[in-house]
Design a protein around this ligand. Structure first.
Ligand SMILES: NC(=O)c1ccc[n+]([C@@H]2O[C@H](COP(=O)([O-])OP(=O)(O)OC[C@H]3O[C@@H](n4cnc5c(N)ncnc54)[C@H](O)[C@@H]3O)[C@@H](O)[C@H]2O)c1
Ligand SMILES: [Fe+2]
Length: 378
């Protein structure tokens, strides 16, 4: 069997690395960036400092921040309107997964003007994506999705709220500036939820059924970094814990090119139906999804348990570690704690079964399994 392995973009990583941005633009002949961010980050002092620093270096900056919490197509169209109206030469995505996804979708739309969802990967739309995309730079400000090193953007339909995936290696950033200082002020709740998303990526990628020993190694080290730092980063953040979480979130996203699994399929419908934050939805479902996966995969769970340095080196040990971790991080351990009601379960099960993530789960998941998992977690 022949396999193919692809690895991501250049990553500049470290405290204050964002100060290299102006020099990088100048070196690449870029002087008119459009920053894409979200309305909260747009008001934070580090964003204003980045804009000031660029302006000091005679770089003209426009900031687009009109995006929804779970981004929709019209956000992307409005951002493209700003690009058209302001004569820009590159895109800098600064923010969490939501802002970076919109930045990547605008990047695509600039020279691909058919309906955005024509490029939906699930209907084979990636074949229409050409190399004609502007220079793209990403700067993460959460440690969760790892979207900064990714090649996809998740954008929902304005009316149906159905999430579509725009995907192409051509949409990868040319360079990532990953500066843990930008994550220092993340509120505890967001740190916990985004950090559990990163843990879910690493665990699901390690278990995913495709052959990818390179990603397996990255995923295990990602799990180790999160074990060392997620509680500290949430409860009393310091540079070391923030740095480890930022690194582990990129490692999770690199590893999940191997595939995700049942937990992400349980989580996606919660965002679609109830607007639940992506990381929070994963956090609550993670212990239940992992419990479902143990039988038949005991050896892999033993490796995860060893990585977590658990006394109980088994799948059950991993599951109880995850429940304890959620409690410690003040994440609800039941779906009822995040607004799910019994009457939602049938619709959730339909959506989860239709989701794109679980075909890579190590064992098959049918609609009844999803229903049972939701009921167990309720
Ligand atoms: N492209 C992918 O591969 C991929 C994978 C998973 C999820 N996603 C998408 O990513 C999104 C979730 O991303 P996320 O978990 O990073 O959350 P997010 O982008 O929604 O950010 C969470 C919150 O944190 C705030 N925030 C961001 N940085 C901050 C900072 N430094 N200080 C203070 N507040 C800050 C934001 O304003 C927002 O309110 C979802 O839309 C999901 O669909 C994409
Ligand atoms: Fe995720």
């Amino acid at each position: 069997m022949i396999s193919q392995f692809n690895f991501p973009t250049t990553i500049r990583f470290g405290v204050d690395v964002v100060k290299e941005l102006a020099g990088y633009l100048q070196k690449n002949g870029l002087s008119k960036p459009m920053i894409v961010t979200d309305p909260t980050v747009a008001e934070l002092s580090f964003l204003k400092a980045i804009v000031k620093d660029l302006q000091r270096n005679n770089i003209s900056v426009e900031v687009f921040s009109g995006i929804h919490k779970n981004p929709v197509k019209s956000d992307v169209y409005k951002g493209t309107d700003m690009w058209d109206a302001t004569d820009r030469d590159c895109i800098i995505g600064i923010g969490g997964g939501a802002a970076l996804d919109v930045a990547r979708a605008i990047l695509l739309r600039i020279n691909h003007r058919e309906d955005l969802f024509k490029y939906d990967d699930l209907i084979g739309g990636d074949i229409y994506v050409t190399n004609d995309v502007p220079h793209f730079i990403t700067i993460p400000t959460t440690a969760g999705t790892g979207s900064e090193v990714g090649r996809s953007a998740i954008i929902a339909d304005d009316e149906t709220h159905q999430k579509k995936i725009l995907f192409s290696p051509k949409l990868m950033a040319k360079i990532v500036f990953a500066d843990p200082m930008l994550t220092m002020e993340l509120p505890a709740f967001i740190t916990a939820a985004t950090g559990m998303d990163a843990l879910t990526h690493n665990m699901e990628a390690f278990l995913a059924k495709n052959f990818h020993p390179i990603c397996d190694g990255i995923a295990l080290e990602g799990i180790a970094l999160i074990k060392d730092s997620i509680v500290q980063a949430t409860k009393s953040p310091d540079i070391e814990s923030r740095s480890k979480m930022l690194m582990a979130s990129m490692m999770g996203a690199i590893a999940f090119q191997k595939g995700l699994g049942v937990v992400h399929s349980l989580a996606h419908p919660l965002s679609a139906l109830l607007d639940t934050h992506h990381g929070l939805a994963n956090a609550v479902n993670l212990p239940y999804g992992m419990k479902f996966n143990i039988a038949g995969y005991e050896d892999k769970f033993r490796r995860i348990a060893r990585t977590l340095e658990l006394k109980n080196e088994s799948g059950e040990g991993v599951v109880s570690y995850l429940f304890n971790l959620n409690e410690n991080l003040q994440v609800p351990i039941r779906l009822s704690g995040i607004g799910v009601k019994a009457e939602h379960i049938e619709t959730l099960a339909d959506l989860a079964f239709a989701d794109f993530a679980h075909p890579n789960n190590p064992k098959p998941v049918n609609r009844e399994n999803f229903k049972d998992l939701y009921l167990e977690a309720l």
